[in-house]
Design a protein around this ligand. Structure first.
Ligand code: AMP
Length: 114
């Protein structure tokens, strides 16, 4: 896959402040927040999007969701609620082609999205 800024963040090659990290995932603040809290959770492993994952990635995907819940709790979003979103491809609005989950909260979020 083509390398992206998120690939560099996942490898620790940038100055980005991480709100969470372990051997499989990192989480950091979105540079253009769409809610009072807007975090991105990404795998260290290079995957373009949800469209690319296979059976071998089941455990990793579960882990990424657990990290979303963990950072949401860390940011105090648990009581009010929050949203976890992953955009896939053009119609999904994906702009960075390294799998990422958005964790949004801190205000009431509209539905349906855009
Ligand atoms: P998506 O449109 O789903 O691919 O989301 C990509 C997100 O990455 C957008 O919300 C951007 O604001 C965010 N973003 C792009 N570059 C950076 C960066 N260097 N650091 C943090 N967030 C970024």
């Amino acid at each position: 896959m083509t390398d992206t800024i998120f690939g560099a963040i996942a490898r620790g090659e940038t100055e980005v402040e991480l709100v969470f990290q372990d051997e499989r995932a990192v989480a950091f603040r979105d540079i253009s927040p769409q809610a009072p809290v807007h975090l991105l959770v990404i795998p260290r492993q290079s995957l373009v999007s949800l469209a690319e994952v296979g059976e071998n990635d089941t455990e990793l995907l579960g882990h990424l969701l657990q990290v979303c819940a963990r950072v949401a709790r860390q940011e105090g979003l648990e009581d009010g609620g929050y949203r976890v979103v992953t955009n896939v491809g053009g119609d999904g609005g994906q702009s960075v082609f390294h799998l990422h989950l958005h964790v949004l909260g801190g205000r009431a979020l509209g539905w349906p999205p855009g």
